[in-house]
Design a protein around this ligand. Sequence first.
Ligand SMILES: [Fe+2]
Ligand SMILES: [Fe+2]
Length: 309
Amino acid sequence: MSGDPRAMSRRQLIRHTAWFGAAVGFAVCGGEVISHVAGAAEAPSAAGRPALRFAQISDSHLGFADEANHDVAATFGQAIDRINNLGYTPDFVIHTGDLTHLSTPDQFDQVKQMVTGLRTSHVFTVPGEHDSIDDAGQKYRNAFGAGTRGDGWYSFDIAGVHVIALVNTLNMDKLGHLGVEQLEFIEKDVARLSSDTPIIVMSHIPLFAMYPDWGWATDDAARALGYLRRFSSVTCLNGHVHQLFSKTEGNVTFYSGTTTAYPLPRPGDGPTPKPVTLPARQLGAVLGIREVSYTRAQHPLALKERSLQ
Ligand SMILES: [Fe+2]
Ligand SMILES: [Fe+2]
């Protein structure tokens, strides 16, 4: 899987789903072999088999080299291996941002190279603030933004589920912000959907107020979530905080994912969220990946956390 075919897939996904709705588009994605995606989308769920299975990976921070983890490429590689050995092929993999540590072209190249090792047809990403240094995410979009809308947001349908990928790291002076253009995109994007469509939202910074003093919140998320209030199941997946956390508010459940690079302190544990150095043997226990599955007529989605150890 190279960057371009994936980008084509995403672009075509958006186009086809816009025209034809959920599953149909997957049969004709530019001739790319995606039969397992089509199969998953069309699989009967009578036996309780998931209609959709995907994995989340986050905060790989390629380029970070400090005592909290001297080899983030190695641990990212372990996370990729973990996904490749789940015992099934995930329908797609999402990376919820901070792909790189310092947004350099070499770091973006390294991420692109490494994710080609994921055994899946699609890798979907959103940028973190570490991917947006100095240029509001332009280098990120050069590497990963083909086929996206606005400043890198997009959505797609798969197996009856609607996935929305949001960008809340554009402005380094105002992190945790979606902005009017993106909010209008969300409003229009979901207008056509029936209220029983399960919604998955991916973003880097949490859409809930996990710890605003450290910027672990999105200041205009309430308006975005307002557009999603009528849906029976909304699952928000984020990175940025480098630790597992979940919270339910009404119809929405938020899940912060862990990192493949280094842990951060618990909210408020210290003046700033600096990398935490653990004894080497303990690091793998807090780094990890997440599996997510959706079985029709079962709400909410099922999550499994897998550590690298
Ligand atoms: Fe991060
Ligand atoms: Fe971040």
